[in-house]
Design a protein around this ligand. Structure first.
Ligand code: FE
Length: 356
């Protein structure tokens, strides 16, 4: 055999060359394909310092470096527009399905391909063509002061009831320019139709205890301070307040209010999301999807809900104990993509009823 090869090589020097060159070429090629500077560039308007630990964990698991570009949603949009096809952005994160849908409408996103991601996130928590997915849920619910509201008044309460004369001068909620409110109104349009929703909004506005002012936490504070009987606000704010992270004044106020989950006899309490999508020109599309999949893992979901006080997307994960204490409740399964669909109508409607 050795003799045969020797004669073969001697006769054909070309073969020797190939035998030498092929392994070198393979080696060189492998070197080229070797993940050099694997990274993912995350544009986010929802950045928590505690998330840095999470990104480190992702890098440890995958070797992919996470670069965070954080800023206000509007500033990030301007930046993406300026960068155009050359944008290094891979992922965009923000709060509220209305914001995600508006962002998607402007053509900034591409559909997520990963079947695992799509199977993990229920269809009502994704964009119509999987342009974005939820990584956490938040409920927009009723906060009330038990010193001012009777059990009978609050039992089985629906959002629809807040337009009743009974609540005249007793309701606080932030302004109509706030996306959380626009999405709540959009969900009502989706369920009740525009006409009924406008009638409802008119009644709600006539029940305001004051001109809309401040953020969600200010509404909860107003209820605690007996400036109003009930407020509409997102659940995670009571978690932040009860945790003491917002200071003593907020902690004491939070202890004075209770939560009523609306519409428990019908569609359930209004659910919104924070979430993200893969950017249209993502240079690291696969890494972007790996990152999204990681955020939907049990480990990451636990980390997210324990830092933001939101509800998990994964059913196997429990919310933070301060939020879990409020108990389980029926969540509205209206598609959050509808919040984007009906947003223009909602904005006009709120304007017509003078919701400031
Ligand atoms: Fe918020």
């Amino acid at each position: 055999m050795g003799d045969f090869l020797y004669r073969l090589f001697k006769k054909n020097k070309f073969l020797i060359l190939i035998f030498l060159l092929v392994p070198i070429a393979i080696l060189l090629n492998q070197k080229n394909e070797e993940p050099k500077n694997q990274e993912v560039n995350v544009y986010t308007s929802r950045h928590y310092d505690a998330d840095d630990l999470l990104y480190e964990e992702f890098t440890k698991e995958t070797g992919i470096k996470v670069n965070i570009i954080s800023g206000k949603g509007s500033a990030l949009i301007e930046r993406l527009k300026a960068e155009g096809v050359n944008s290094p952005g891979d992922i965009f994160f923000t709060v509220d399905a209305g914001n995600l849908a508006n962002f998607q409408k402007q053509g900034f996103l591409q559909p997520i391909q990963s079947k695992a991601i799509i199977q993990t996130v229920p269809s009502e928590l994704r964009g119509e063509n999987n342009e974005w997915v939820a990584v956490a849920k938040r409920a927009r619910v009723i906060f009330y002061n038990p010193a001012l509201v009777s059990q009978e008044e609050i039992n089985n309460i629906d959002y629809e009831d807040l337009a009743d004369k009974n609540w005249e001068g007793r309701v606080v909620i932030r302004s109509s320019s706030n996306m959380y409110n626009q999405s709540l109104v959009s969900s009502l349009i989706s369920n009740l139709g525009a006409e009924k929703t406008e009638e409802w909004a008119k009644g709600l506005v006539s029940n305001f205890a004051r001109k809309p002012q401040g953020n969600d936490r200010s509404q909860i504070m107003a209820v605690a301070n007996e400036e109003a009987s009930i407020a509409i606000a997102n659940t995670y704010y009571i978690g932040i307040m009860l945790s003491g992270k917002g200071g003593n004044e907020q902690l004491n106020a939070a202890k004075k209010v209770k939560i009523a989950f609306p519409n428990q006899d019908n569609r359930g309490a209004h659910i919104n999301i924070s979430g993200g999508g893969v950017l249209r020109y993502a240079p690291n599309r696969e890494n972007a999807e790996k990152f999204l999949a990681f955020l939907l893992s049990e480990k990451a979901q636990n980390h997210i809900v324990n830092n933001t006080f939101e509800y998990p997307v994964l059913e196997s994960v429990k919310p933070h104990p301060l939020i879990d204490n409020f108990g389980t409740f029926k969540m509205d399964k209206t598609s959050v993509a509808d919040f984007g669909k009906y947003n223009p109508e909602a904005v006009k409607l709120m304007d017509r009823v003078n919701w400031q």
